[in-house]
Design a protein around this ligand. Structure first.
Ligand SMILES: Cc1cc2nc3c(=O)[nH]c(=O)nc-3n(C[C@H](O)[C@H](O)[C@H](O)COP(=O)(O)O)c2cc1C
Length: 236
């Protein structure tokens, strides 16, 4: 009897423990208190590219992991969205540059609908940056220049992968790597004409700084008809 009671108690506490553990681990209960810094109008640079560069330098100094990884969202002609990560390779006065395959799904979307969005999330700094604008190809000279400084392995990789196409198996890629490695021998690997850069020219950039109590700071820069940047605060 005593043993039975003891067992009952054990089962009860076990259930409680399991319940508590599952609450602790549940997605609904996962949240972080954002408290590191603020983003106030008085501190914001009037030019969003400069503001981006300020935050970028801070991300580098504080060793944010892969700060140049950004989500690129595109839409096809029927408005169907798709998103993926690409790497920012250059910050220019007029926008943000990444490189990819010009026959990929994203490239087809961009051909059909020239607008795209980028999102950076720098967890360590509790910061998000959202960029929206028109996407254009960079010049072939710029693509050549960047392609020429890529590791040889990545250059061969660009030739070997018909990005976004269905392929039969992994061997297909490995055979292509062998084929293109022997084609280019040890000489220079030229840039394939189906590979190059795009620039996202921002019309809107929003800087988001996490704050306590979910009262985050959001400053949105929008390009006016006169090509000035208007800054507005958005509710979090
Ligand atoms: C960290 C990271 C960086 C990436 N960088 C690039 C990149 O710079 N360019 C690119 O084409 N794909 C990059 N990819 C792969 C893309 O996310 C995606 O799989 C690929 O571009 C095909 O996308 P699509 O089929 O929508 O065109 C990266 C993926 C990750 C996870």
């Amino acid at each position: 009897m005593l043993f039975y009671l003891q067992n009952e108690i054990d089962n009860c506490s076990l259930n409680l423990l399991i319940k508590n553990m599952s609450e602790v681990n549940s997605i609904a209960n996962m949240r972080r208190v954002y408290q590191l810094q603020s983003l106030l109008e008085k501190d914001a640079n009037p030019d969003p590219i400069k503001q981006f560069e300020n935050w970028w330098m801070h991300a580098i100094e504080t060793k944010v992991e892969e700060p140049n990884a950004m989500t690129l969202a595109t839409c096809n002609a029927s408005g169907k969205p798709s998103a993926r990560i690409v790497l920012l390779k250059e910050i220019k006065k007029n926008g943000f540059v990444f490189f990819t395959n010009y026959q990929s799904r994203k490239a087809k979307d961009i051909e059909e609908n020239g607008f795209a969005a980028l999102v950076f999330f720098w967890k360590e700094l509790e910061r998000q940056i959202r960029i929206e604008g028109l996407v254009k190809k960079v010049s072939s000279e710029e693509s050549d220049e960047y392609f020429s400084i890529r590791p040889r392995e990545s250059q061969i990789g660009a030739w070997s992968s018909p990005q976004s196409s269905v392929i039969e198996n992994r061997e297909f890629l490995q055979e292509n790597v062998l084929k293109f490695s022997s084609q280019f021998q040890s000489g220079k690997v030229p840039r394939p004409d189906f590979w190059g850069g795009y620039i996202v020219e921002p019309a809107v950039i929003e800087f988001w700084q996490g704050r306590p109590g979910r009262l985050h700071d959001r400053l949105r820069y929008s390009l006016s008809e006169h090509h000035d940047w208007n800054i507005e605060r958005l509710a979090p």
